[in-house]
Design a protein around this ligand. Structure first.
Ligand SMILES: NC(=O)c1ccc[n+]([C@@H]2O[C@H](COP(=O)([O-])OP(=O)(O)OC[C@H]3O[C@@H](n4cnc5c(N)ncnc54)[C@H](OP(=O)(O)O)[C@@H]3O)[C@@H](O)[C@H]2O)c1
Length: 179
C-alpha cells in the first residue's frame, strides 16, 4: 500500500481523536459522552483495507485508554450500514462484506445503536475485563447469516474460527434458533 493511502485513512481518526482528547483535557467532567465511530473492520479485518482496519482498531483501544484514566469514551464498531453513508454509495464494497456474511444495519438500527452507546446503562459488567464496555461491536449477529445459509449462501468469515468467536460460532452452528 502506498504511504499516502495509509496516511489518508489513518490521519483523520488518529490525529483527529488525539486532537479532541488534548483539546478537552481537564474539562472531561463536563462531557456527557466521548463517542467514536469505529468499524467492524477493526475487529474482523478486511482484505485490501489494512489502513482502515488498523485505524478503527486504534479507536477501540483508545476508548479503553481513556476509560483506564477514568475518562468517558465509547467506540462503536459499526457493522455494514445500509441506506446511508459510504457503503450505500459504494455498492461493490457492500457486496464484498455481504459475501463474508456481515449483516447490514439500516438507518433506524444505526440510530438505536448510537442511542444505546450514549446511555450509561449500556455498559454490561464484565467479570475479567473492567474496560470491556469501551467497545460495542455490532454487525456480527449470527441469525441473519443463518437465514442466508438456509438459502444456500456458502460464504464464511475467518473470524468465526477465532477462539474469541466461539460463542458466536456455536450459535451459528446450533440447530435451534433459540440456542
Ligand atoms: N458506512 C458504513 O457502512 C460504516 C461502517 C462502519 C463504520 N463506519 C464509520 O462511520 C463513520 C461515518 O461513515 P460514513 O459512511 O458516514 O462516511 P462518509 O459518508 O464517507 O462520511 C465521512 C465523513 O467524515 C468527514 N471526513 C473525511 N475525511 C476527513 C478529514 N480528513 N478531516 C475531517 N473530516 C473528514 C467527511 O467530511 P466531508 O463531508 O466534509 O467530506 C464526512 O462528513 C466513519 O467513521 C466510518 O468509519 C461506517
Amino acid at each position: 500500500m502506498p504511504n499516502e493511502s495509509w496516511d489518508t485513512a489513518i490521519d483523520p481518526k488518529v490525529v483527529g481523536t488525539w486532537n479532541l482528547h488534548k483539546a478537552i483535557k481537564g474539562r472531561d467532567s463536563e462531557l456527557d459522552f466521548f463517542l467514536t465511530t469505529s468499524s467492524i473492520s477493526g475487529s474482523v479485518g478486511t482484505a485490501t483495507e489494512s489502513n482502515y482496519c488498523s485505524v478503527n482498531y486504534f479507536l477501540d483501544v483508545f476508548a479503553r485508554y481513556r476509560r483506564s484514566r477514568g475518562l468517558p469514551a465509547t467506540s462503536i464498531g459499526l457493522g455494514m450500514i445500509s441506506e446511508v453513508g459510504y457503503l450505500h454509495e459504494n455498492p461493490e464494497i457492500e457486496a464484498l462484506l455481504l459475501r463474508k456474511g456481515i449483516q447490514a444495519i439500516n438507518e433506524d438500527e444505526l440510530i438505536q445503536i448510537i442511542d444505546i452507546a450514549l446511555t450509561n446503562t449500556s455498559t454490561i459488567p464484565h467479570a475479567y475485563d473492567k474496560l470491556a464496555g469501551a467497545h460495542l461491536l455490532t454487525g456480527l449477529e449470527p441469525f441473519g447469516l443463518k437465514e442466508f445459509r438456509k438459502k444456500g449462501f456458502e460464504g464464511t468469515n475467518p473470524t468465526l474460527d477465532d477462539p474469541r468467536a466461539a460463542v458466536l460460532a456455536a450459535a451459528l452452528g446450533g440447530q435451534a434458533d433459540i440456542a
